[in-house]
Design a protein around this ligand. Structure first.
Ligand SMILES: *Cc1c(COP(=O)(O)O)cnc(C)c1O
Length: 346
């Protein structure tokens, strides 16, 4: 028996309910990109749906299509990665809404909509300063006019206006928000009638009500991942626990059956600890298939140690592990190999 990623769906429902309550009357789009942060789209979407979520979204089409199939017709699913024409066709046939952040893509989606006979529901994206994707403010006016023409022609329907912000400083986010408001005004002035405006992800949406608009896109907080360097939020907790078993006990140390091939960063050596039956023990070295940790008296093969989890048994949380190696809390989860079995606790 090797490592296991245990996923607490009751905790997910608690998190989603807490996030939904906090954001109301704004809606919550549960972000399920990258196979729901490596925790499995289908069970995550099912549980979030049970907790009331009706919007889902992600970058990649496969995760988004799976979310749509799981959540069904009364849920709305947005995919925001710019994709090829055949992929866009697959997305429309699968009932997805598309995030559109450049004019070439707008034309491509319109052509695909024409070809498939499906009216594309699109969310137009303004670049409010992050420079990752999105239409620059100086091109926004023309972009909206073109979208309106395509809407009148019956190819598409502009259902949303959106952007993504850095969440690095309140001042920068305020500048982005002013830009966003201008973009919405421009869209309306050319005749568009978006149903939803959405700007913020977990941190800004949680702490700053004026960033919530009609819809918030929440990834990290639904999964209980606190922001890097950010405060603990008492209403939410990590849903994933990564456990491994002791495979060998020597006089000096203990070996556990999990290694870099399973997704542990080798840089955790000397920087992180695991939680054992007798308390925390430091990680000495991470090899391909196993990891050496500080030993303890009476250690036994098959003892369970916790690599990360909600933090209730002295273990690191995913964000603690990320911080130990200079990254965000999503990363330790995304690294967990698909070969590590997922076990769902309902
Ligand atoms: C990942 C992502 C989110 C979710 O961000 P969190 O900080 O995890 O809530 C929201 N919007 C976009 C565009 C994203 O890519």
């Amino acid at each position: 028996m090797s490592a296991e990623l245990i996923i607490d769906l009751a905790q997910l429902r608690t998190n989603v309910a807490a996030v939904r309550e906090r954001m109301a009357p704004a809606e919550v789009l549960v972000v399920i990109k990258d196979d729901a942060y490596a925790q499995g789209v289908e069970p995550i979407v099912q549980a979030a749906y049970e907790a009331g979520a009706r919007w889902f979204g992600g970058m990649d089409l496969p995760s988004s299509l799976r979310a749509r199939r799981t959540a069904g017709e009364d849920a709305r699913v947005l995919a925001w990665m710019t994709v090829s024409a055949p992929e866009a066709a697959e997305a429309l046939e699968g009932g997805l809404e598309l995030g559109v952040g450049d004019v070439d893509y707008l034309e491509r989606v319109a052509t695909v909509a024409d070809d498939t006979g499906i009216v594309a529901r699109v969310h137009l994206k303004i670049d409010t300063g992050l420079h990752r994707n999105g239409v620059r403010p100086e091109h926004w006016d023309n972009f909206c006019r073109r979208a309106y023409a395509l809407e009148r022609a019956g190819c598409l329907r502009v259902v949303g206006i959106w952007s993504h912000i850095a969440e690095a400083s309140d001042a920068e986010d305020d500048v982005s928000r002013a830009e966003f408001d201008r973009a919405v005004d421009v869209a309306k002035s050319v005749g568009l009638e978006p149903e939803v405006r959405h700007l913020a992800a977990s941190a800004a949406a949680w702490h700053r009500p004026e960033f919530r608009y009609d819809l918030t896109r929440i990834g990290a907080f639904c999964f209980g991942i606190r922001s890097e360097g950010g405060p603990d939020i008492s209403e939410i907790a990590p849903i994933a626990t990564l456990v491994a078993r002791v495979s060998h006990v020597s006089a000096d140390d203990v070996t556990i059956a999990i290694g870099s091939a399973d997704g542990l960063a080798s840089s955790l050596a000397g920087r992180s600890h695991v939680s054992t039956p007798v308390g925390p023990r430091g990680i000495i070295s991470v090899e391909t298939f196993e990891t050496r940790i500080e030993g303890w008296r009476d250690a036994n093969v098959d003892d369970v140690v916790i690599v990360f989890g909600p933090g209730t048994r002295g273990e690191m949380t995913p964000t603690d592990v990320g911080e130990a190696i200079g990254t965000v809390g999503e990363e330790p989860l995304l690294r967990v190999s698909p070969l590590v079995p997922r076990r769902y606790v309902p």
